[in-house]
Design a protein around this ligand. Sequence first.
Ligand code: ADP
Ligand code: NI
Length: 222
Amino acid sequence: MNKNDQILMTEEFVRQNLKGYDSGHDWWHIKRVRKLALFINEKEVLADPFTVEITALLHDTADSKFTGENSEKDYLLVSDFMDKFGMSDIRDQVLNVIKNVSFSNKNKSDDHDPLLWVIQDADRLDAIGAIGIARAFNYGGFRNNKIYNPEIVNSDESGKVTCQTETSSTISHFYEKLLLLKYRMNTLTAKRLAAERHEFLEVFLKQFYKEWEFGTDASISG
Ligand code: ADP
Ligand code: NI
C-alpha cells in the first residue's frame, strides 16, 4: 500500500472513530490540525512529513474525555489499524504522541520528541483565536456549563491572570487554559501564529466584560 492510500485509509478510520465527539473535536478540527502541523513542520523541519500527517489525523482518536477511562482499548485499536495497513514502523512514535498531546495530560515521560512538539503546537493553536473561542463555547454547551459566573474572580486587580480551579464556566476556561497556551508553544513558528490568536482572546474578553457590565450595573441611567 502506498503512502497516499495509507493517508486515505487513516482519514476513513478517523472519521469513523470521531463519531460521538462534540463538534469542536470533529473532522474539521482534525483537518485544521493537519494543515497547521504540516505548515509548522515545513518551516521547522522537525519530523518526517508523512509521519506528521498520520499523527495529526490520529491525534484525537483515543481522547479519554470522550471514550471514557478505557484509553488502553483505544490505543490498541489505533495500533492494530496501523499494523494492518503497513504502518508498524511509525506506530510507536504515533502512539507516544497520542498519549502525550493533551494539555491536561500529566504523563511527561517523553517530552523530548520533535513530532510531539509539532502536533502539540498545532492542536494548541486550534484552541485559541476565533476558532478556539467557538470551540470553547461549543464544548461548554456540550457539557451544559455556564457561559460565565461573575462570582468567580478570574484575574486580580492588576489584570494579571490567576489560575482557577473552577471549571463550570467557559469564561473560567480562558484563565485555566486558553490564555496560557501562547506561553506553552514549542516552536518559533507556532509562537508567531499564537501571538495574533492570543491577542484576539484578550479583545474578546474585554468586549465580553464591557457588554456584561452594561446589562448589570447602573451605567444605563448615567
Ligand atoms: P487537550 O486535548 O489539548 O487537553 P482538550 O481536549 O481538553 O484539549 O480541549 C479540546 C477543546 O475543548 C479545546 O478547544 C478546549 O478549549 C475545549 N475545552 C476543553 N475543556 C473545556 C472546558 N471546561 N470549557 C470549555 N472548553 C473546553
Ligand atoms: Ni485535538
